[in-house]
Structures are given as C-alpha cells and as structure tokens.
Write a protein that binds this ligand. Structure first.
Ligand SMILES: [Zn+2]
Length: 723
C-alpha cells in the first residue's frame, strides 16, 4: 500500500521536475542504491522485487550519474528492516549521507528503506541537512523542501503503521487459536500429530522407551547430569528429529544424550501433556539487540494442563521443576553475580584446552598446609555428555613458568631492542611520509593546472568548457583521495617516542617484576598484568610433562614444557633408593636397628619423617619386603618352641643355655625374641642341670634379661655371620 500508487500526476511531474532538482552539486557526489529483502525466503523467492530494485540504477543514470558512480548497498539482504541496529548496510548509508558523499539515495518504495520510523526520520533529516535527494519508483524528492519532506514523512508513518496492522492481524489470530490450544506448533521429539491433528505419543516404541527412561532416571537420581551420566554409562542413545527444511526434514536420528537436551526435555511441559504458548519473551535493549528471556510460569500466555497424552503427569512435572530449580540454585544466577574471582590461578580465563580447543575452567585444591593450588580443567563437554573431563592439569608449575616467561619479555635488554626497533620504524615512517606528501603535492599541481585550463577557455565554447570542467572535477577528486590516503596513513603510522616515554618504558623493566613478585600485590592485579602481556595459553598434558603454548599480545608465541607435577601418592612415595637400602639392611638387622641406621644416614619415608619401628614395619608389609625373621626362618632357623621340642627340654632351659653360651641363636626384634640355629648339641652337663632345676624356676628366666642385654650383641653377632 503506497500513497502515491493511484496518483498519476506524480508519475508525470517528476520528469520535468527532476531535471531541475538535480544540480551539479548533486552530480558531483555519488548515487546510492539501497537494495533490501527482509527475509532469506524473500531473497530466494521474491526475485522480481529484487530485480526492480536493481533497475533503479537505470533511473540514476537517466538523472545524470555515470554508471560507475552508482554505489549499490545490498549487504542487508535477508535482514528485517524493523531496526537499523544490525543492518550494516543501512548504517553505512546513513554515515555516507551525513558525510555528504551521497548526491541521491535510491530505493524501491523509499519508506521501506527503514521500517522503523525513528531510523527513517533520522535519514530524512540527514538528507535534508546534507542536501541529498531521495528517489523511488514514484518520484524524486528533495528532503530540503518542506512539501517533499512532509510527503516522505507521511510515507514513512504509513509504512510503519502498515507493518503494525499486518502484525496485529496475524498475532490476534494466532493468540485466539493458541488460547484454545489449537495452534499447531512444532512438537518436541517423542510427540507427534496423528492424521486428524491430535497430539499423541510417538508410535515408535524405541523413542517412547528412551524418553520414559530419561524421566525414570531423573526421578531416581534427582539430577539431570546424573541422568546423562547414566545414559553414557549404559551407552544409550537419545532420539532427535531433524527440523523442517533440508533433505532429512522430519527424520529421526539417535545420538548420545547431552545435558542441554536432557534439561530441554525435563523443562518442557508438553511431555507432561500440557499445552503452552508464550513461554518466552523478546526483550530489546537500548542498543537494539534483542534477546529471548524465559517468563515466569504465571506470565505464560497460555498453559492448558492435560491437553493431550504425555509421558508424565503434570504434578510430576511440577515436582521435577522444583528439583531442577533446587539443583540450579547454587550454581546459576547467584554464582554468576558474585564478585570478580580472587583465586590464585593466574591463567584463569586464558587457558585453552590443547585437545579440543575449548576454554578451560580454573578450579582449586587445597594442600595440607592450607595453600590453594590451581587446576585447569576442560570439562564442559564432559558435563554435557556425562563423560570424564577432557583433561585436568595441575596448574602450579604452569603458572610459575608462564609468569617467568612474561616477565622475561621485559628484561632491560629486550626493552632496549624494542626501543631500537621502534626508532627504526619511526625513521621508516618519516621516509614513507615524505613519499606520500609528494604524491599529494603532485595531485594538487594537476588540479591547479586543470583549473587554470578551465578558466582560460572561453565559456561560450561549451564543448571544450564541459570537457575541461569534467577534467578539473576528476583531478579534484584525485587530490581529495590522495589527501585522504595521506591522513589515514599518518594516523595509522607510529610517531617516534619522546625521551620521557622511552625513560618510562625502560623503568618498566625493573618496576614490573618487582611489582609482580611483591607479596602485597593482590592476585587479581597479578592476573591483570599477565592478561596485558599474554593473549592465551594452550595447555596439553602428556604422561610426563605439560606443554604450554603461550601467545603474547604482540603475536609472538612461546612453547614451554613443564614436568608434570607428581600426583599425591607419587609425591609421598618412599624413594626407590631408600627401599633398596631397607631391603639390604633387613638382611642383617632387626627393624629397630634398621630404623636407627636409616635415621643416622638421614634417609626418610615419603612424608619426610624419620623412621620408627611401626612405620618401618608397615612400609615393609606394604612393599612385601621380608624382615629379618622371615629371612632367617627361610634359612631354616628354629623358633624357641621348635628348638625346645627338638632338644626335649623346656623353653626356659633353652634360654638359660643360650645365656651361658652353650647354644647359639639370633635376636630378631626389639623385644629380644630369638631364632636358633638348627642341629645344635645339648651341653655335656645339660641334662642333669636341667633336671635339677625345677620348672617353676621362672625367676631365673627373668634374670636372663639383664644378662641377655649384656650378651645380646655377642649372641647376635657371632653366629649371625654363619647364617
Ligand atoms: Zn578439552
């Protein structure tokens, strides 16, 4: 609907009128043809309109513009005209109009240039100020004249109203239908329309089972990510349907269940048999960017529970929502709104996974002494698919290495080199500047010469005068181009550094490392320093080392290799050399002696503490190191009971004999337990004495102790060597 379509006069008038409106000033500037289709569908199918829009180029030529000076702006094809924010082409048009580069703006139904009335009026005002004409199929307008401006403003208003009426009519119908629950919308996988248009469960039993299983698993575990993990553990896949359009439209496909997909199913009321409409709202911010936000349940446009069969009941759906909300409470909005992070991970936000290219999250683990150590983990994909994280890297060594590398870039030598390079660049810039300046000078001379030639000719000689005028214009344009180039290059070029600037840069070499290493500097500031100098750090972990590719802000790249930090159990493992020493010592010594010798040599266990008999005993048990007793038993030595039995006497007698040196044994622990050499003979007078001694003569055995103490070493040493 256009105002002027039925007014034939408008079509007749412009031809004569237009000639008078187009002046030399307009022709000196370019003609701008703005081509637009508001949706991709229109771009593909409504080629007629597109052709008509391009035809306007002929109109511009008829009005006096050379073909090569018609600038076509058609980058906005496929974008809605409702707001100018994201339409790069329209913005360029506005910019060029305000810079007085455009003599005329052409467009099919000009008011459609900008569907948003504010954009349209801004363009009109700019055209009026810069003396730019506007032309559409209906005619030629000069926004500088009040009549034309009124007409154009009216056209814009009508165009906007047109859009509003279309939308209102469409939406009114839609809403009424949706209110009755009859508006057919795309169904999520698992629900389909039957031939008469009722919503039913998918006839495919596999699909129904998979969706049912998701709801059951969620109910059992109470968490969407646990359900995803369960699916992954059982290697179950989940159905999806290809969207409309494309060769596979509407076809089913199976893929491992993802976390976002599980949440989509759990949050979607259609699975509970409820019909809904208007669950989200488009919000346009002050910059014109629109985002979709979820509305709270009470604000949904339509919600009809029990509208069709579902996989769960509506009360179950409500319970699921409560569970999901509780799960999300501590990691959703609240956490995002928290203060800037203060943790000590230097590379937080800079670390990139070297395996999959995703950003790595910084987490921390605490040491026993309370210090926090950073870890970098790539786990977003892991959470989404319920699989283990891609890689987790202990960050302590990496942080240190990267900090050292970055500070290394600021040594006095490095800065001196950079300053020299900068001086050289400045010198080259001066040379280039001189060359560009001569170029401008040449263009100015050519323009002057053309001007003089034009002034010298007799104005009555139109033929020559016109040619010379065109030539002069051409030269002037070249001059202005050369000047533009010159200015642009000068702005982009490096101006030489002043002495003061150089001194300040030199001071950085000592200031920055000092500031960085100062314990009083907050970690947050340290992180900012690193960010100034490094763009990102890509981390890859292998079995024995971590590789970090550090990209510095200047574009230079460095590769660091850091040994992989020991795992906790590795860090607290007794060194192999100590184990070997223990093994060797235990062949000859008891636990208490071994511990004493080890401590004397300064050897320690994994935690760096001196050995004790219990700790040594435990270690040997864990490592299957035989102790002295086991070794001697293996060599055939007898226990007290065994030798007493073999010689037919009591254990007390054996002890006495040993005490007197008649038989030999060997001490095997701190409590003076002994093992005895086999095949020994009883002392010549053994039997009698033994018989004389009453078995109750326990005190005598007890008396052994101080003696054994005295002789302990002798008994241990002398026969010990024989074993
Ligand atoms: Zn990764």
């Amino acid at each position: 609907m256009t105002l002027t379509a039925d007014v034939p006069i408008e079509n007749e008038l412009p031809m004569t009128d237009s000639q008078s409106r187009v002046t030399a000033d307009h022709l000196r500037r370019d003609a701008y043809l703005y081509v637009r289709q508001s949706s991709l569908h229109q771009v593909a199918n409504n080629t007629e309109s597109s052709r008509r829009q391009y035809d306007l180029r002929g109109r511009a030529v008829a009005l006096g513009w050379p073909t090569e000076r018609v600038v076509v702006i058609d980058v906005d094809q496929g974008q809605s005209g409702s707001s100018a924010t994201d339409r790069e082409g329209f913005q360029r048009l506005v910019a060029d109009v305000s810079l007085q580069k455009a003599g005329i703006v052409l467009g099919l139904e000009c008011s459609r240039l900008a569907r948003n009335n504010a954009d349209w009026h801004r363009l009109l005002e700019l055209c009026a100020l810069s003396g730019t004409l506007i032309c559409d199929e209906d005619g030629l307008y000069d926004p500088g004249q009040i009549n034309d401006r009124l007409l154009l403003g009216l056209k814009g208003t009508i165009s906007e109203a047109e859009l509003h009426f279309i939308r209102a009519r469409l939406q009114g119908g839609l809403l009424a239908k949706a209110g009755r629950g009859e508006l057919a919308v795309r169904l999520p996988v698992g629900l389909v329309y039957d031939p008469v248009g009722n919503v039913v469960l998918d006839p495919d039993a596999g699909v129904r089972q998979a969706i049912g299983h998701l709801f059951e698993t969620f109910e059992a575990t109470g968490s969407a990510s646990a359900a995803v993990k369960a699916f992954a553990a059982e290697r179950l896949t989940f159905p999806g349907r290809h969207g409309p359009g494309g060769p596979h439209a509407g076809e089913l496909y199976w893929k491992p269940l993802r976390h976002d997909q599980a949440l989509f199913v759990l949050h979607n009321p259609r699975y509970a048999g409820a019909y809904f409409y208007g669950r989200r709202r488009q919000v346009t911010d002050i910059d014109g960017h629109s985002t979709t936000v979820n509305k709270p349940r009470e604000e949904w446009t339509v919600l009809i529970p029990d509208a069709h069969p579902g996989y769960i009941g509506f009360d179950q759906y409500e319970r699921n929502q409560a569970t999901l909300a509780a799960n999300a409470a501590f990691r959703g909005q609240e956490r995002r709104a928290g203060p800037a992070r203060e943790g000590p991970a230097l590379l937080q936000g800079l670390a990139i996974c070297g395996r999959c290219g995703k950003r790595m999250a910084a987490t921390y683990h605490a040491r026993r002494d309370g210090t926090l150590l950073p870890d970098y983990a790539c786990r977003r994909e892991g959470i989404a698919t319920g699989t283990p994280p891609c890689q987790t890297i202990c960050g302590a060594g990496i942080d240190k290495a990267v900090a050292a590398l970055v500070l290394e870039q600021l040594t006095p030598l490095a800065i001196e080199t950079a300053l020299q390079v900068s001086a050289e660049l400045a010198q080259r810039a001066v040379d280039a500047d001189r060359i560009r300046a001569t170029h401008v000078e040449r263009a100015r001379y050519a323009a002057d010469a053309a001007r003089r030639r034009y002034l010298a000719v007799d104005p009555a000689n139109r033929l020559v005068a016109d040619t010379l005028e065109a030539d002069w214009n051409h030269k002037l344009r070249e001059l202005s181009d050369a000047q533009d180039d010159y200015e642009r290059a000068t702005q982009a070029g490096n101006s030489p550094l002043t002495d003061d600037q150089q001194a300040r840069i030199r001071a950085l070499a000592s200031d920055l490392p000092a500031l960085f290493n100062d314990p009083a500097t907050p970690t947050r500031e340290r992180k900012r320093l690193i960010r100034l100098l490094a763009t990102d750090v890509t981390l890859i972990k292998t079995d024995d080392h971590i590789t970090a590719h550090v990209r510095l802000s200047g574009g230079a790249q460095h590769t660091l290799t850091v040994p992989r930090p020991l795992r906790a159990w590795e860090a607290h493992t007794t060194p192999a050399a100590t184990i070997a020493a223990i093994d060797e010592l235990l062949a000859e010594h008891t636990y208490d002696e071994t511990a004493a010798i080890l401590n004397e040599r300064g050897l320690t266990g994994g935690w760096g503490k001196p050995f004790t008999v219990p700790s040594l005993t435990q270690l040997c048990r864990n490592r299957n190191i035989p102790d002295l007793r086991q070794r001697l038993r293996g060599a055939g030595m007898l226990t007290l009971d065994e030798i007493a039995g073999e010689m037919g006497v009591t254990t007390a007698t054996i002890k006495r004999w040993q005490h007197r040196g008649h038989i030999t044994g060997r001490r095997i622990d701190a409590r003076r337990a002994h093992l005895y050499h086999p095949g020994q003979h009883r002392p010549p007078d053994g039997r009698r004495r033994d018989q004389l001694t009453p078995p109750e003569a326990v005190p005598a055995t007890r008396d052994d102790h101080p003696d054994a103490d005295r002789h302990g070493n002798t008994t241990t040493n002398s026969p010990g060597g024989a074993v």
